[in-house]
Design a protein around this ligand. Structure first.
Ligand code: IPD
Length: 291
């Protein structure tokens, strides 16, 4: 987004409050997801037979919406499962109750809760931006959080009911990767067969020119990994604001770069997150091979 057109961000102390609330809600929801997982998960499907919603996705989003109605009754809420609920304040909360739903379904620990406070309209690419957010990774006992202009931080955390951070936070920094050929690239694939075919064709051209690729199964955690320097870059086409709202801010506050493909901001053509030195070459490559 052109800086002159950016919706105004709240004052720094308000950002800190939004960030604390995002962290608290993500941890509370993450604890419930981990503790309350039933032996047999009830599922329904969305865009394809592999695009599942578990009973825990729906229950967790309801929990988050109830908590936000208590804590921030004026704000709008935009969630993966329940869509947009209008508000009268300047903030919209963008929620992914379980990012990495397929991992959760299979008992793979790479799933997360993503909670972000954004300004602007998250349904309108290029016209919104995250200002505070948190990504909880309950099975790892971690929560990542960031507020605009205040850095990106990692907290070790107990996910027991009523517990909170158990150690001083650690500041996040991206890796020092500076060339495409030494870039470990995270990516992901959508749920529709036609979308996956095209994504695989793009990866055919990307895989030979990077160090390797990783498919973790949670875009929110992939973005945390870029912020923390565990991978050097991440790219995916077709992810949604709830997948990346908090992670976008975590990467930029850590010192990484986030853009769209053929656009300044992430949107339907994809999201690219990378170290500052890798980002220009990765963006040029992706814009060429997806043109
Ligand atoms: C999915 C995950 C996955 C990504 C998909 C997303 P969900 O979100 O983030 O890593 O590749 O595009 O839809 O469905 O688990 O919330």
């Amino acid at each position: 987004m052109n800086p002159a057109q950016q919706p105004a961000a709240p004052a720094p102390e308000r950002l800190q409050e939004l960030c604390s609330l995002a962290r608290e809600l993500a941890v509370a929801a993450g604890g419930r997801i981990m503790r309350d997982r039933p032996d047999r998960l009830a599922i329904t499907t969305k865009s394809s037979s592999s695009d599942v919603v578990t009973q825990m996705d729906s229950a967790t989003e309801t929990f988050l919406r109830q908590r936000l109605a208590q804590e921030r009754p004026r704000d709008a809420v935009f969630g993966e499962e329940g869509g947009l609920q209008d508000g009268v304040g300047e903030i919209t909360w963008v929620l992914d109750p379980i990012d990495g739903t397929v991992n959760y379904l299979y008992g793979i620990p790479e799933y997360a809760v993503s909670v972000a406070a954004v300004v602007g309209d998250p349904n309108s690419p290029g016209n919104w931006r995250p200002v505070a957010g948190a990504v909880a990774h309950p099975e790892a006992g971690l929560v990542y959080s960031a507020a605009l202009g205040q850095g990106a931080w990692l907290y070790r955390c107990s996910f027991e009911e009523g517990a909170g951070p158990v150690a001083e936070p650690q500041r996040l920094r991206p890796s020092g990767a500076d060339s495409l050929d030494l870039t470990l690239l995270g990516t992901g694939f959508g749920y529709r067969a036609d979308v996956r075919r095209r994504q695989a064709e793009v990866m055919l051209q990307v895989l030979p020119v990077v160090r390797d690729i990783r498919r973790g199964g949670s875009a929110a955690l992939d973005l945390c990994s870029v912020a923390a320097g565990r991978i050097d870059a991440y790219y995916e086409r077709g992810i949604n604001p709830w997948d990346y709202a908090a992670g976008w801010l975590l990467v930029t506050e850590a010192g990484g770069v986030v853009s769209g493909v053929g656009a300044q901001d992430p949107g339907p053509n994809g999201l690219i997150a990378a170290t500052p030195d890798v980002h220009p070459a990765l963006r040029e490559l992706l814009e060429r091979v997806t043109a």
